[in-house]
Design a protein around this ligand. Structure first.
Ligand code: AP5
Ligand code: MG
Length: 212
């Protein structure tokens, strides 16, 4: 793997984008650009962007394209990166192409983490995240050493606001509505790698490293 690789990590809510992106970014020394994390941070800080996007996120709806494109443009440069959670719509993919074109950047791979609804529900309903540092756990699959306490920083583990059953189902529905045209777009460019995201975290990573 080259250290200035540019990857898009794509998959349903709970497919493991964040989990894999953190490890990959560490291994390669490249940055992870997680749109969801950036937006949650804006909400936490109550910035004007945060106030605009809060309602969409809590309902499991996509934030309007023009708002997210702006955030991406501010975060992209010629160094290697992993885009976690962007693009999610065909419009966003086109907007991204425009942004990348301006800076003469090419995407190396569009990686798809394939999962089913049952996996998504199981993972998201039992996910816990650290309130302080954002580290991600799962009550069964990746529990913290001490229940409710982050292994990394000792912070409190909480549930994300959008990880309740009603919103999880909405997010799954939104994902399924948007994903086909987006996949076709990258398939045409010949950059798509699909992985079985239902496998164990380390097995998924191994497959990912092999493909790249
Ligand atoms: P975002 O934060 O990106 O949420 P999401 O897409 O719903 O994905 P998640 O973060 O829930 O899941 P993940 O795939 O990262 O899984 P994770 O690794 O945590 O976006 C949130 C919201 O922001 C959106 O709903 C929208 O409102 C807005 N937004 C974001 N991007 C946008 C965009 N482009 N356009 C418009 N709006 C946008 O894993 C999940 C759980 O499973 C964890 O508990 C983990 O420990 C466990 N796990 C992971 N991998 C495995 C494995 N292999 N085996 C067993 N357990 C595993
Ligand atoms: Mg995530």
């Amino acid at each position: 793997m080259k250290d200035d690789i540019k990857i898009i990590l794509f998959g349903a809510p709970g497919s493991g984008k964040g989990t894999q992106a953190v490890v990959l970014a560490q291994r390669l020394g490249i940055k992870r650009i997680s749109l969801g994390d950036i937006l949650r941070d804006e909400v936490k800080k109550q910035t004007s962007l945060g106030l605009e996007v809060k309602g969409y996120m809590e309902k499991g709806l996509l934030v309007p394209d023009e708002l997210v494109s702006r955030v991406i443009e501010e975060n992209i440069d010629r160094q290697g990166f992993i885009l976690d959670g962007y693009p999610r719509t065909l419009n966003q993919a086109k907007a991204l192409d425009e942004i990348l074109g301006k800076h003469s950047i090419d995407i190396d791979a569009f990686v798809v983490l394939d999962v089913d609804e049952e996996t998504v529900i199981n993972r998201l309903s039992k996910r816990r995240v650290c309130k302080a540092c954002g580290a991600v756990y799962h009550l069964i699959n990746m529990p913290s050493k001490v229940e409710g306490v982050c292994d990394v920083c000792g912070g409190e583990l909480i549930q994300r606001k959008d990880d309740n059953m009603e919103v999880i189902k909405k997010r799954w529905e939104v994902f399924n509505k948007e994903n086909k045209p987006l996949l076709d777009f990258y398939q045409e460019k010949g950059k798509v790698f699909s992985l079985d995201g239902r496998k164990d975290k380390d097995e998924v990573f191994e497959q990912l490293a092999k493909e790249l």
